[in-house]
Write a protein that binds this ligand. Structure first.
Ligand SMILES: CC(C)(COP(=O)(O)OP(=O)(O)OC[C@H]1O[C@@H](n2cnc3c(N)ncnc32)[C@H](O)[C@@H]1OP(=O)(O)O)[C@@H](O)C(=O)NCCC(=O)NCCS
Length: 141
């Protein structure tokens, strides 16, 4: 496992196929998926399909949705990262965390590191984010 980015309390790494169950767990709370436009991940097969078809292809562009862990105990707490949206030729920052790990500043801490990576390492000129109007937690990030 390679750590891509590290912050004061967190590290980010690429997902691997063995993480399928983590995606199921993360998406099992309707509050976490409420604003995302899709519901729970059905089963391991569905989770592996999402990894193979949606998440892994992004990694070839040096971007992607990355697993976020606590440095203190290695716990997986959610994901954060950039997605290249080919149709619009734009890079989108996104994040999703377990409810237990919201309200601790982890989304902002990881998003800041991802933005800096986009600007300084990838030299991206424009990174966008979209959030539902009522998703104030996301808009605050
Ligand atoms: C959107 C989401 C990632 C925001 O997470 P979050 O934890 O609220 O965001 P932050 O990391 O910025 O944390 C800010 C909160 O942590 C608190 N906090 C505690 N310790 C902190 C610290 N050391 N540093 C910064 N903030 C800290 C802040 O006071 C703030 O609390 P408040 O919301 O009560 O004002 C989260 O709600 C989520 O996963 N939602 C479901 C998925 C989703 O909607 N994704 C976005 C789609 S557009």
């Amino acid at each position: 496992m390679t750590k891509l980015l590290e912050t004061e309390r967190l590290y980010l790494r690429e997902f691997v196929i063995e993480d399928a169950q983590l995606l199921i767990d993360l998406n099992s709370n309707p509050k976490v998926t409420k604003h995302s436009g899709y519901g729970p991940v059905k089963d391991l097969e569905d989770a592996k399909r999402i990894l193979k078809d949606i998440i892994f292809p992004q990694y070839k562009n040096k971007v992607g949705r990355w697993a976020v862990h606590l440095i203190s105990n290695n716990e997986f707490i959610g994901w954060c990262g950039l997605k290249f949206i080919e149709e619009n030729n734009e890079y989108d920052i996104g994040y999703r965390f377990f409810e237990d790990h919201c309200g601790k500043g982890y989304a902002s801490e990881s998003a800041k590191a991802v933005l800096e990576y986009g600007e300084n390492t990838l030299k991206l000129k424009n990174i966008i984010a979209r959030a539902a109007k009522e998703n104030t937690a996301s808009i605050n990030v």
